[in-house]
Design a binder for this molecule. Structure first.
Ligand SMILES: *[C@@H]1O[C@H](CO)[C@@H](O)[C@H](O)[C@H]1NC(C)=O
Ligand SMILES: *[C@@H]1O[C@H](CO)[C@@H](O)[C@H](O)[C@H]1NC(C)=O
Ligand SMILES: *[C@@H]1O[C@H](CO)[C@@H](O)[C@H](O)[C@H]1NC(C)=O
Ligand SMILES: *[C@@H]1O[C@H](CO)[C@@H](O)[C@H](O)[C@H]1NC(C)=O
Ligand SMILES: *[C@@H]1O[C@H](CO)[C@@H](O)[C@H](O)[C@H]1NC(C)=O
Length: 200
Protein backbone atom coordinates (compact mmCIF):
# COMPACT_ATOMS: atom_id res chain seq x y z
CA UNK A 1 0.00 0.00 0.00
CA UNK A 2 2.50 2.54 1.21
CA UNK A 3 4.96 1.73 -1.54
CA UNK A 4 2.41 2.00 -4.36
CA UNK A 5 1.31 5.42 -3.18
CA UNK A 6 4.89 6.62 -2.98
CA UNK A 7 5.43 5.41 -6.56
CA UNK A 8 2.48 7.54 -7.53
CA UNK A 9 3.98 10.49 -5.72
CA UNK A 10 7.25 10.01 -7.55
CA UNK A 11 5.39 9.80 -10.84
CA UNK A 12 3.63 13.08 -10.19
CA UNK A 13 6.84 14.70 -9.08
CA UNK A 14 8.63 13.61 -12.25
CA UNK A 15 5.78 14.84 -14.40
CA UNK A 16 5.71 18.13 -12.59
CA UNK A 17 9.44 18.64 -13.11
CA UNK A 18 9.21 17.62 -16.75
CA UNK A 19 6.36 20.01 -17.44
CA UNK A 20 8.22 22.84 -15.77
CA UNK A 21 11.23 22.08 -17.91
CA UNK A 22 9.33 21.97 -21.19
CA UNK A 23 7.49 25.18 -20.39
CA UNK A 24 10.55 27.05 -19.09
CA UNK A 25 12.99 26.28 -21.95
CA UNK A 26 10.67 28.09 -24.24
CA UNK A 27 10.67 31.47 -22.53
CA UNK A 28 14.20 31.78 -21.22
CA UNK A 29 15.56 34.42 -23.63
CA UNK A 30 12.53 36.55 -23.04
CA UNK A 31 12.75 36.38 -19.26
CA UNK A 32 16.44 37.19 -19.38
CA UNK A 33 15.79 40.24 -21.52
CA UNK A 34 13.02 41.49 -19.24
CA UNK A 35 15.30 41.11 -16.21
CA UNK A 36 18.13 42.90 -18.03
CA UNK A 37 15.84 45.72 -19.13
CA UNK A 38 14.61 46.10 -15.56
CA UNK A 39 18.21 46.30 -14.29
CA UNK A 40 18.83 49.01 -16.88
CA UNK A 41 15.69 50.84 -15.71
CA UNK A 42 16.75 50.48 -12.08
CA UNK A 43 20.09 52.11 -12.95
CA UNK A 44 18.08 55.10 -14.22
CA UNK A 45 15.87 55.07 -11.10
CA UNK A 46 12.87 53.99 -13.15
CA UNK A 47 10.26 51.49 -11.99
CA UNK A 48 10.53 47.88 -13.14
CA UNK A 49 8.30 46.87 -16.04
CA UNK A 50 5.72 44.25 -15.12
CA UNK A 51 5.02 41.38 -17.46
CA UNK A 52 1.93 41.83 -19.63
CA UNK A 53 0.62 38.53 -20.98
CA UNK A 54 -1.46 39.96 -23.82
CA UNK A 55 1.47 42.06 -25.02
CA UNK A 56 3.64 38.95 -24.82
CA UNK A 57 1.15 37.06 -26.97
CA UNK A 58 1.20 39.83 -29.59
CA UNK A 59 5.00 40.02 -29.47
CA UNK A 60 5.15 36.27 -30.15
CA UNK A 61 2.84 36.61 -33.14
CA UNK A 62 4.89 39.48 -34.58
CA UNK A 63 8.19 37.64 -34.05
CA UNK A 64 6.64 34.71 -35.89
CA UNK A 65 5.96 37.00 -38.88
CA UNK A 66 9.52 38.37 -38.92
CA UNK A 67 11.38 35.11 -38.29
CA UNK A 68 12.29 34.39 -41.93
CA UNK A 69 13.73 37.84 -42.60
CA UNK A 70 17.53 38.06 -42.38
CA UNK A 71 19.21 40.51 -39.98
CA UNK A 72 20.64 43.50 -41.86
CA UNK A 73 21.82 46.98 -40.99
CA UNK A 74 18.34 48.30 -41.82
CA UNK A 75 16.19 45.85 -39.87
CA UNK A 76 15.20 45.60 -36.23
CA UNK A 77 16.89 48.13 -33.97
CA UNK A 78 18.67 49.59 -37.02
CA UNK A 79 15.43 50.46 -38.81
CA UNK A 80 15.36 54.05 -39.99
CA UNK A 81 12.48 55.73 -38.12
CA UNK A 82 9.53 56.12 -40.46
CA UNK A 83 10.37 53.00 -42.46
CA UNK A 84 9.19 50.41 -39.94
CA UNK A 85 7.92 47.26 -41.63
CA UNK A 86 4.18 46.81 -41.75
CA UNK A 87 2.72 44.05 -39.65
CA UNK A 88 0.45 41.90 -41.78
CA UNK A 89 -2.97 40.94 -40.51
CA UNK A 90 -2.70 43.19 -37.47
CA UNK A 91 -6.42 43.12 -36.59
CA UNK A 92 -6.34 39.32 -36.58
CA UNK A 93 -3.26 39.22 -34.38
CA UNK A 94 -4.98 41.56 -31.93
CA UNK A 95 -8.07 39.36 -31.88
CA UNK A 96 -5.95 36.26 -31.35
CA UNK A 97 -4.38 37.90 -28.30
CA UNK A 98 -7.73 39.14 -26.93
CA UNK A 99 -6.76 42.73 -27.59
CA UNK A 100 -8.74 45.70 -28.82
CA UNK A 101 -6.97 48.42 -30.81
CA UNK A 102 -8.41 51.02 -28.43
CA UNK A 103 -6.16 49.63 -25.66
CA UNK A 104 -2.95 49.25 -27.67
CA UNK A 105 -2.43 52.60 -29.41
CA UNK A 106 -0.13 54.07 -26.74
CA UNK A 107 2.01 50.96 -26.48
CA UNK A 108 5.09 50.54 -28.62
CA UNK A 109 6.35 47.58 -30.63
CA UNK A 110 10.14 47.17 -30.90
CA UNK A 111 11.50 44.29 -33.02
CA UNK A 112 15.21 43.42 -33.00
CA UNK A 113 17.16 40.92 -35.07
CA UNK A 114 20.25 39.34 -33.50
CA UNK A 115 21.76 36.10 -34.81
CA UNK A 116 21.19 33.39 -32.17
CA UNK A 117 19.71 36.02 -29.84
CA UNK A 118 23.00 36.40 -27.94
CA UNK A 119 21.76 38.03 -24.67
CA UNK A 120 24.36 40.84 -24.43
CA UNK A 121 23.80 41.90 -28.03
CA UNK A 122 20.03 41.67 -27.63
CA UNK A 123 20.17 43.94 -24.59
CA UNK A 124 22.39 46.52 -26.28
CA UNK A 125 20.10 46.48 -29.32
CA UNK A 126 17.52 47.96 -26.94
CA UNK A 127 19.60 50.06 -24.55
CA UNK A 128 22.05 51.48 -27.12
CA UNK A 129 19.79 52.18 -30.08
CA UNK A 130 16.88 54.44 -30.92
CA UNK A 131 14.83 52.16 -28.66
CA UNK A 132 16.57 53.46 -25.53
CA UNK A 133 14.43 56.59 -25.50
CA UNK A 134 11.41 54.35 -24.94
CA UNK A 135 13.14 52.31 -22.23
CA UNK A 136 14.06 55.61 -20.53
CA UNK A 137 10.47 56.80 -20.59
CA UNK A 138 8.52 56.79 -17.31
CA UNK A 139 5.23 56.45 -19.16
CA UNK A 140 5.84 52.75 -19.82
CA UNK A 141 5.00 50.43 -16.95
CA UNK A 142 4.69 46.99 -18.50
CA UNK A 143 6.24 44.79 -21.16
CA UNK A 144 5.57 41.69 -23.21
CA UNK A 145 8.39 39.91 -25.00
CA UNK A 146 8.23 37.25 -27.70
CA UNK A 147 10.87 35.64 -29.92
CA UNK A 148 11.18 33.37 -32.92
CA UNK A 149 14.34 32.47 -34.84
CA UNK A 150 16.76 35.40 -34.71
CA UNK A 151 13.99 37.86 -33.96
CA UNK A 152 12.85 39.17 -30.61
CA UNK A 153 10.04 41.65 -30.09
CA UNK A 154 9.52 43.85 -27.04
CA UNK A 155 6.19 45.59 -26.59
CA UNK A 156 5.98 48.30 -23.93
CA UNK A 157 2.62 49.02 -22.32
CA UNK A 158 1.34 51.95 -20.26
CA UNK A 159 -0.89 52.20 -17.23
CA UNK A 160 -3.45 54.31 -19.13
CA UNK A 161 -6.40 52.60 -20.84
CA UNK A 162 -5.02 53.51 -24.29
CA UNK A 163 -1.88 51.45 -23.79
CA UNK A 164 -2.82 48.99 -21.09
CA UNK A 165 -3.17 45.95 -23.36
CA UNK A 166 -6.00 44.78 -21.10
CA UNK A 167 -7.97 41.76 -22.17
CA UNK A 168 -10.80 42.81 -24.45
CA UNK A 169 -14.10 41.85 -22.88
CA UNK A 170 -16.13 42.93 -25.90
CA UNK A 171 -16.00 39.59 -27.69
CA UNK A 172 -16.05 35.95 -26.73
CA UNK A 173 -12.91 34.83 -28.55
CA UNK A 174 -10.87 35.12 -25.38
CA UNK A 175 -12.81 32.40 -23.60
CA UNK A 176 -12.24 29.96 -26.44
CA UNK A 177 -8.53 30.76 -26.48
CA UNK A 178 -7.98 30.38 -22.75
CA UNK A 179 -9.94 27.13 -22.81
CA UNK A 180 -7.66 25.88 -25.59
CA UNK A 181 -4.55 26.64 -23.57
CA UNK A 182 -6.03 24.78 -20.58
CA UNK A 183 -6.76 21.77 -22.78
CA UNK A 184 -3.17 21.99 -24.05
CA UNK A 185 -1.83 21.84 -20.51
CA UNK A 186 -4.14 18.93 -19.69
CA UNK A 187 -2.84 16.98 -22.69
CA UNK A 188 0.71 17.69 -21.66
CA UNK A 189 0.03 16.17 -18.22
CA UNK A 190 -1.79 13.21 -19.74
CA UNK A 191 1.02 12.39 -22.20
CA UNK A 192 3.51 12.76 -19.42
CA UNK A 193 1.65 10.33 -17.18
CA UNK A 194 1.29 7.79 -19.99
CA UNK A 195 4.96 8.20 -20.88
CA UNK A 196 6.00 7.74 -17.27
CA UNK A 197 3.77 4.67 -16.86
CA UNK A 198 5.31 3.06 -19.95
CA UNK A 199 8.76 3.70 -18.55
CA UNK A 200 8.10 1.86 -15.31
C1 LIG B 1 19.20 57.50 -8.70
O1 LIG B 1 18.90 57.81 -7.33
C2 LIG B 1 20.08 57.87 -6.52
C3 LIG B 1 19.64 58.06 -5.08
O2 LIG B 1 18.53 58.91 -5.03
C4 LIG B 1 21.00 58.99 -7.02
O3 LIG B 1 22.17 59.03 -6.24
C5 LIG B 1 21.37 58.72 -8.48
O4 LIG B 1 22.12 59.79 -9.00
C6 LIG B 1 20.12 58.54 -9.32
N1 LIG B 1 20.50 58.13 -10.65
C7 LIG B 1 19.96 58.63 -11.77
C8 LIG B 1 20.47 58.10 -13.05
O5 LIG B 1 19.11 59.50 -11.73
C1 LIG C 1 24.44 48.87 -44.68
O1 LIG C 1 25.23 47.91 -45.37
C2 LIG C 1 25.45 48.24 -46.71
C3 LIG C 1 26.22 47.11 -47.38
O2 LIG C 1 26.34 46.00 -46.54
C4 LIG C 1 26.22 49.56 -46.79
O3 LIG C 1 26.41 49.91 -48.15
C5 LIG C 1 25.41 50.64 -46.09
O4 LIG C 1 26.16 51.84 -46.08
C6 LIG C 1 25.09 50.23 -44.68
N1 LIG C 1 24.19 51.23 -44.10
C7 LIG C 1 24.34 51.69 -42.86
C8 LIG C 1 23.30 52.66 -42.40
O5 LIG C 1 25.24 51.31 -42.11
C1 LIG D 1 -13.07 47.47 -29.35
O1 LIG D 1 -13.71 48.07 -28.23
C2 LIG D 1 -14.73 48.99 -28.63
C3 LIG D 1 -15.22 49.68 -27.36
O2 LIG D 1 -15.26 48.79 -26.29
C4 LIG D 1 -15.83 48.22 -29.34
O3 LIG D 1 -16.84 49.10 -29.76
C5 LIG D 1 -15.22 47.55 -30.57
O4 LIG D 1 -16.18 46.76 -31.23
C6 LIG D 1 -14.06 46.67 -30.17
N1 LIG D 1 -13.42 46.16 -31.37
C7 LIG D 1 -13.24 44.88 -31.60
C8 LIG D 1 -12.56 44.52 -32.87
O5 LIG D 1 -13.64 44.02 -30.83
C1 LIG E 1 22.38 44.71 -32.56
O1 LIG E 1 22.63 43.39 -32.95
C2 LIG E 1 23.45 43.30 -34.11
C3 LIG E 1 23.48 41.86 -34.50
O2 LIG E 1 22.39 41.61 -35.32
C4 LIG E 1 24.81 43.84 -33.80
O3 LIG E 1 25.63 43.74 -34.94
C5 LIG E 1 24.66 45.29 -33.39
O4 LIG E 1 25.91 45.79 -33.00
C6 LIG E 1 23.67 45.44 -32.25
N1 LIG E 1 23.37 46.84 -32.07
C7 LIG E 1 23.58 47.43 -30.91
C8 LIG E 1 23.23 48.88 -30.87
O5 LIG E 1 24.01 46.84 -29.94
C1 LIG F 1 18.59 56.89 -22.06
O1 LIG F 1 19.33 56.99 -20.88
C2 LIG F 1 20.72 56.63 -21.00
C3 LIG F 1 21.34 56.70 -19.64
O2 LIG F 1 21.10 57.95 -19.06
C4 LIG F 1 21.42 57.51 -22.00
O3 LIG F 1 22.75 57.10 -22.18
C5 LIG F 1 20.68 57.46 -23.33
O4 LIG F 1 21.24 58.39 -24.22
C6 LIG F 1 19.21 57.78 -23.13
N1 LIG F 1 18.54 57.60 -24.40
C7 LIG F 1 17.89 58.59 -24.99
C8 LIG F 1 17.33 58.30 -26.33
O5 LIG F 1 17.74 59.69 -24.47
Amino acid sequence: MASSSSWLHLLFLLCFLWMNLTVKCDIDEEDTLLQDINKYRASLNLTALTKNDNAECLADEIADQFKDQPCTNTTGANTVPGTEPQIADYPNLLAKCHLNISNTGDGIVMPACVPNLVPDLVLSNYTKSQYSKNLNNTKYTGAGIGSDGNWIVVILTTSTPEGSYVTDKSNNAKNAASLLSKIGLGYNLLFCLIGALLMF
